[in-house]
Write a protein that binds this ligand. Structure first.
Ligand code: PXG
Length: 296
C-alpha cells in the first residue's frame, strides 16, 4: 500500500493529516479515557480478544460506555490493518470520554470517541536491547497505589510513568523500575517485571500496583509449559538486585533482559539463560494463529 496512513475515528478511516479530535475532548483535558497497545505478527493480531476484554474492564471502572460491541471493535481493528496493508503492526486502540465542557463532569460528554492507529513498528527498546539487555534505575517516583489511580485501569493518564521515564532519561539509562506505595517492586514505566531465582520465575502481584499485562500472562503460561515454576508474590529491592536474572515484558518491549540496575550488575551482567529460553519460545509462539485473531 502506498499513500497516506489511514486512521480509524468513530467509524471512518481518515488520512493521518486529517485525523483530529476536539480540544474539548476530556481525553485531552483530563486524561479521561482508556487505551490498549496491541501487536500484529504475520497477519495475526496477538491476543486481540484479551486486549479488548481488558479495554472493557478499564472502561467499566471509569463508567465509560464504549459505543461499540466487542465484535465491532475487533472488526474495526482488522479493517484498519487491511486499509493500511499491514501484517506486522503496532496498534493503538483508544477510547476517549469525548467532547464535554471545561468542567470535570464526565456526564457532560455525550459520546466517547473510538480511535485506532496502526503502524509498522520495531520493538520499543529495539533489537539490540533484546540481545544485549538494558540498564535501568529504580525510580524515586512510586507507582500509583491501588487505592488511587490504579494501573489496573489502563487509562490515558500516564504521568506517573512519564515521571519515572524522565528520571531514567536524566540518568542516561533505558528505563526505570518503580516501587509500589509500600516499597516493594512494582513494574517498569510501561512493562511488567520478572526475576529469576533458583530456576524459578517470580513476578509482583496485581496488589503491587501493576497493570496486569497480557505479555506477562503469556510469559507465565509459556514458563509453566516449559516446567519452570512461576510465583506471584511481593519482591523486595534487595531480592531484585541479588536475583540471577531480571527481565521486562510488554507489548512494545516483548521480553527484554535487564543487565544492570542502579549501576549494579544483575547475575553476570549479561542476558540470563532462562530469559533467553523464554525469548526463543515467545518468538515461536507469538505468530501462531491460535494465539490471536487472524486478518481475514
Ligand atoms: N505495565 C504498564 C504500566 C503498561 O503500560 C505493561 C505493563 C505491559 O502490558 P502488556 O499488556 O502490553 O503486556 C504496560 C503496557 C508499548 C506501550 O508500546 C505499552 C503500554 C503503554 C504505552 C506503550 O509498549 N502499556
Amino acid at each position: 500500500m502506498s499513500g497516506e496512513q489511514l486512521i480509524y475515528i468513530d467509524g471512518e478511516l481518515v488520512p493521518k493529516s486529517e485525523a483530529k479530535i476536539s480540544v474539548l475532548d476530556h481525553g485531552l483535558l483530563y486524561g479521561d479515557g482508556v487505551f490498549e497497545g496491541i501487536r500484529c505478527y504475520n497477519g495475526v493480531v496477538f491476543k486481540l480478544k484479551e486486549h479488548i476484554d481488558r479495554l472493557y474492564r478499564s472502561a467499566k471502572v471509569i463508567k465509560l460506555e464504549i459505543p461499540m460491541t466487542k465484535e465491532e471493535i475487533i472488526r474495526a481493528v482488522i479493517e484498519t490493518l487491511k486499509a493500511n496493508g499491514l501484517k506486522e503492526a503496532y496498534i493503538r486502540l483508544i477510547v476517549t470520554r469525548g467532547i464535554g465542557d471545561l468542567g470535570l463532569d464526565p456526564r457532560k460528554c455525550s459520546r466517547p470517541s473510538v480511535i485506532i492507529i496502526a503502524e509498522r513498528l520495531e520493538p520499543i527498546l529495539g533489537k539490540i536491547a533484546r540481545e544485549k539487555g538494558v540498564k535501568v534505575i529504580v525510580s524515586s517516583v512510586r507507582r500509583d497505589p491501588v487505592y488511587a489511580t490504579s494501573h489496573e485501569v489502563k487509562s490515558l493518564n500516564y504521568l506517573n510513568s512519564i515521571l519515572a521515564k524522565l528520571e531514567a532519561i536524566n540518568a542516561n539509562v533505558d528505563d526505570a523500575i518503580m516501587l509500589d506505595s509500600r516499597g516493594y517492586v512494582s513494574e517498569a514505566s510501561a512493562a511488567n517485571l520478572f526475576i529469576v531465582k533458583d530456576q524459578s520465575l517470580i513476578t509482583p502481584p496485581v496488589t503491587a500496583g501493576i497493570l496486569p499485562g497480557i505479555t506477562r500472562a503469556f510469559v507465565m503460561e509459556l514458563a509453566r509449559s516449559m516446567n519452570i515454576p512461576v510465583f506471584e508474590r511481593d519482591i523486595t529491592l534487595v531480592e531484585l538486585l541479588t536475583s540471577d536474572e531480571v527481565f521486562l515484558t510488554g507489548t512494545g518491549a516483548e521480553i527484554v533482559p535487564v543487565v544492570m540496575i542502579n549501576g549494579i550488575k544483575i547475575g553476570d551482567g549479561v542476558p540470563g539463560k532462562i530469559t533467553k529460553l523464554l525469548i526463543e519460545e515467545f518468538d515461536k509462539r507469538k505468530t501462531q494463529p491460535s494465539e490471536g485473531v487472524p486478518i481475514i
